[in-house]
Ligand binder design. Structure first.
Ligand code: CMC
Length: 388
């Protein structure tokens, strides 16, 4: 192969230098800009974490106030974006709607193509963080056949999102602070995860110097897949299919036979407990104190226990990942499964943007263009249709 390295799925290739997120998969460590995820999940807010990821440092109070104000005043979308979304099939998957509508934003802000202009670029960053919850909530309401609800800028980032989802008619929506906080923590936990599939997609597409809306649309597309952002949806479907704890043993045997995967387990990088799973499990318990328990939680807890003691999972270092419990929280918050990857996308947007910014300012980066090992035929003469 000459100097080329054959590395399918880039299992062993560092495609960039990055100062954003540190993961030690063997020890179960995750840090954003050097700060442990446990401390951020306990003490920070999603908008503060988004600032940290994008700017590299925690904000001072005035910086956080300005950032929060900027994001909050950009939550509305152009009416034509709403019209555009109304054109989808009545039962369109909200993730497909989000993918298309975030890409469509590029046509509303044509100046976004000027990615080297620092001020213009910053405007798009604020818009993306601000509008992702609005597009997501519109997609939800569309899928439910309900009228879209405009943002309520008196509320927090998570509170406003909940309002756009659940507000009824003219009544002011007041989120339960514990549920609002749980959602904010979930956004923090999903904010970045270094060179995962969707972030690599954002970087690869962004490396063509396209505008950030198109690059983020690529990220949403990657996150749509069941092995990535779709995993939390798949976990819920799996738990529902198992139905009772009595069926767990048969299900686990099927996984070991290779019939299917235990969704929410395993990770390309973590070969230990995913630190986000520990935090989410705790958050799930907090949420269930408010909403009442869910029988699927018993199945999940028992399934986790059995898998962690089973030789198949132990020998392959398969532990619960972030998605094993997140779906249960989303369901407790009243979200349908189709919304789970959408919620992941809202949180991950700050990470995508931080990685996109780092990539376009990195002098070592060029357009992403992997090589290949060609395995097809060579130098064949064209065969006329009559002779085939
Ligand atoms: N259930 C059963 N077996 C598994 C699983 C699983 N969830 N994950 C991996 N394995 C087995 C796999 O069959 C293989 O066994 P063998 O060596 O006998 O062939 C071995 O473990 C290694 O698996 P792999 O497919 O080479 O591992 P990978 O690093 O390519 O896959 C993964 C990582 C996350 C795609 C995979 O673990 C998986 O499919 N998990 C279920 C889906 C899921 O929960 N995804 C969410 C990931 S976390 C959120 C995110 O970042 O998107």
């Amino acid at each position: 192969f000459g100097l080329m390295t054959y590395d399918p799925a880039f299992m062993n290739t560092a495609a960039c230098r990055s100062a954003i997120t540190y993961i030690d998969g063997d020890r179960g460590i995750l840090e954003y800009r050097g700060y442990p995820i446990e401390q951020l999940a306990e003490k920070s807010s999603y908008l503060e974490v988004a600032y940290l990821l994008i700017h590299g440092e925690l904000p001072t109070q005035p910086q956080l106030d300005t950032w929060t104000h900027e994001v909050t005043t950009h939550t509305f979308v152009h009416e034509n974006v709403k019209e555009f979304m109304q054109g989808f099939r009545y039962d369109a998957h909200p993730m497909g709607m989000l993918l298309a509508s975030v890409g469509a934003l590029s046509t509303f802000y044509p100046e976004a193509t000027q990615i080297k202009d620092v001020d213009l670029r910053y405007q798009q960053i604020v818009r993306l963080i601000a509008k992702m919850p609005t597009l997501s909530a519109f997609a939800y309401r569309h899928n439910r056949g309900m009228p879209y609800v405009y943002p309520d800028n008196d509320l927090s980032y998570a509170g406003n999102f909940l309002s756009m989802i659940y507000k009824i008619a003219e009544l002011k929506y007041q989120p339960d602070p514990r549920l609002e906080r749980a959602l904010d923590v979930l956004f923090i936990l999903h904010a970045d995860h270094e060179q995962n599939c969707s972030t690599s997609a954002v970087r690869a597409v962004g490396s063509s110097q396209v505008d950030p809306y198109s690059a983020v649309a690529a990220g949403v597309g990657a996150l749509y897949g069941p092995l990535h952002g779709g995993a939390n949806e798949a976990v819920l479907r799996m738990l529902r299919r198992i139905r009772t704890t009595d069926n767990i043993a048969d299900f686990v045997q099927g996984v070991k036979n290779g019939d299917e995967r235990l969704m929410g387990f395993g990770h390309r990088v973590y070969k230990n407990y995913d630190p986000r799973a520990t935090i989410i499990k705790r958050a799930a318990m907090d949420v269930f104190e408010v909403t009442g328990t869910n029988p699927l939680l018993d199945i999940a807890t028992e399934l986790e226990k059995i898998a962690l003691e089973d030789e198949y999972f132990v020998s392959r270092k398969l532990y619960p990942n972030v998605d094993f419990y997140s779906g249960l929280i989303y369901e407790a918050l009243g979200m349908p499964v189709e919304m789970f990857p959408v919620l992941f996308a809202i949180g991950r947007t700050s990470g995508w943007i931080a990685q996109w910014l780092e990539m376009i300012d990195d002098k070592e980066q060029k357009i992403a263009r992997p090589r290949q090992i060609y395995t097809g035929g060579r130098e064949r003469d064209y065969v006329p249709m009559s002779a085939r």
